[in-house]
Design a protein around this ligand. Structure first.
Ligand SMILES: *Cc1c(COP(=O)(O)O)cnc(C)c1O
Length: 339
């Protein structure tokens, strides 16, 4: 058996998703004339209670556009040190927007209002100007941990009182919402802009959405174009995103539950030093020396199980649409067997 737990980006379109893609009505989206892209953008905007949305090739692009929208050169963005915008976007904040980054040492990728308030700099000619706060929900490098509305509210209130912009990197937001029962609209209310990924747990092959006020999205279209992200008959891809939003949200519960079962079994293995609290579909754990992440990954690969190194002693497993219960049962057995 082959089990790919490397990332929830590895999913392939299901048969009904492919059918929806093949049957899409399309047009030239650079001219705003692709009906399927327009429908996807309208659906996402409505879901989050915002005026507009923009379909982009990747979550890196939606985040980078958001940073550019909210900042000017010599500003800084404030985020947790584990944030995707800092760790995994090739330093794009500096490249595209000419801004500095002010990192907070949070807990499992999450920050508090007091930490954000303490990070804000007083205006001075020799300091970057604090301008934007980015929260990540769920927090990828934080082990899939999530913020609830009550945790975000004070941070959002603080940003609004002090004139800071606030952006949500919600690449995996729906993995959190199926656990909390909270609504996308309530989360949307607390942010100026929201980014969600269709290509992670939702199972679309491509695409992310930037969601926000009409004026921001109008400007975001120009930034997407200059980044080379204006796509033509993108409706074939957007159809997959629409299908995913309509059919693949509720099933994220299964991914989360399967990740929890992996975490439980791992926490009982003598070679495992620590498992981060498993809240959604990501399991991050450390192995004891003399074992290393590389040696454990190699052992798992012998059984056809593939995962990612996340540090010299650290491994990440991610559950998703293309991992079924039989594969999880097999993986649980192997995790015990390699003790
Ligand atoms: C995957 C991811 C993104 C966007 O990644 P792309 O691969 O560029 O689509 C953004 N933020 C987080 C937290 C992610 O996990």
């Amino acid at each position: 058996m082959r089990v790919n737990l490397i990332s929830d980006t590895v999913t392939k379109p299901t048969e009904p998703m492919l059918k929806a893609m093949m049957g899409a009505s399309v047009g030239d989206d650079v001219f705003g004339e692709d009906p399927t892209v327009n429908a996807l953008e309208a659906k996402a905007a409505a879901l989050f209670g915002k005026e507009a949305a923009l379909y982009c090739p990747s979550g890196t692009m939606t985040n980078q556009i958001a940073i550019k929208l909210h900042t000017r050169p010599l500003d800084e963005l404030i985020c947790d040190e584990y944030s995707h915008v800092y760790q995994y976007e090739t330093g794009g904040y500096a490249f595209h927007s000419g801004v500095a980054v002010n990192l907070i040492k949070g807990t499992n990728g999450k920050v508090t209002k007091d930490q954000v308030a303490a990070a804000v700099k007083s205006p001075a000619d020799w300091l970057p100007l604090s301008r934007l706060v980015v929260l990540e929900n769920t927090a990828n490098k934080g082990g899939g941990s999530f913020y609830t509305l009550s945790e975000i509210k004070p941070i959002s209130d603080f940003c609004r009182q002090t004139g800071l912009a606030i952006h949500l990197d919600g690449a995996r937001l729906f993995n959190a919402l199926v656990e909390t029962g909270e609504s996308p609209r309530d989360h949307g209310d607390l942010f100026d802009t929201v980014s969600i990924c269709l290509s992670k747990g939702l199972g679309a092959p491509v695409g992310s959405l930037l969601i926000g006020p009409r004026e921001h999205i109008r400007q975001a279209r120009r930034i997407r174009k200059v980044m080379g992200g204006g796509m033509r008959q993108a409706g074939y891809l957007a159809a997959a995103g629409l299908y995913a939003l309509e059919n693949h949200i509720d099933r994220l519960r299964d991914d989360n539950a399967r990740a929890r079962s992996l975490g439980e079994v791992l926490s009982r293995q003598p070679y495992v030093a620590d498992v981060r609290p498993v809240q959604t579909n990501i399991v991050i754990f450390d192995v004891h020396a003399p074992r290393t992440a590389a040696s454990v990954l190699e052992k798992l690969a012998e059984y056809g199980i593939h995962a990612s190194p996340f540090g010299p002693q650290t491994i990440r497993l991610v559950t998703h649409l293309d991992v079924n219960q039989a594969m999880i049962d097999y993986t649980l057995e192997v995790l015990t067997k390699i003790s």
